[in-house]
Design a protein around this ligand. Sequence first.
Ligand SMILES: [Zn+2]
Length: 169
Amino acid sequence: MTPEMASLLQQHLSGAPAGDTLAQLVGDDPELAAIAQLLSRREQQLEAQLREEELEEERPLDIPLAAEDDRVELLRDQVASFADDVTRIRDTLELVSAALGACPTCLGADDVCALCHGRGVPGSLPPDPVAFDQIVMPAVRAHAFTRSRTGRGLDQENPKTETPDWSTP
Ligand SMILES: [Zn+2]
């Protein structure tokens, strides 16, 4: 390595622009001059790229910080609401499955249920007496009443019972 090359390398490693030293090293050699020109162009490209990346990092977010906070708050509320829904549905399913003596996860409707593999249909387990009285008995009484009035059971094709409106609390 010539002292000029060593100096150039040292300059390059220190991060200083190598233009002047490179020009000295190239001298009058046309081949070296072409390579030096390519190197110089590449250096400029890399510097421009670096500036661009720095600018991108500094660019403020499109969303103002306060609006983002609001969105995070909204998402948090939605997650909490979903969690409440899941808890409520789980509690209901637990009560109904206990009343029916069925799988508390799927009521026997899921062949790939980890708990029952689809075998936990209603009546597959002894029903819980308290849950049975709370959930099943009112339905049995209503069913018996309907049968006594119509003289026949609930007709699946043409039910005689009115569908209650559960949309209002
Ligand atoms: Zn199951």
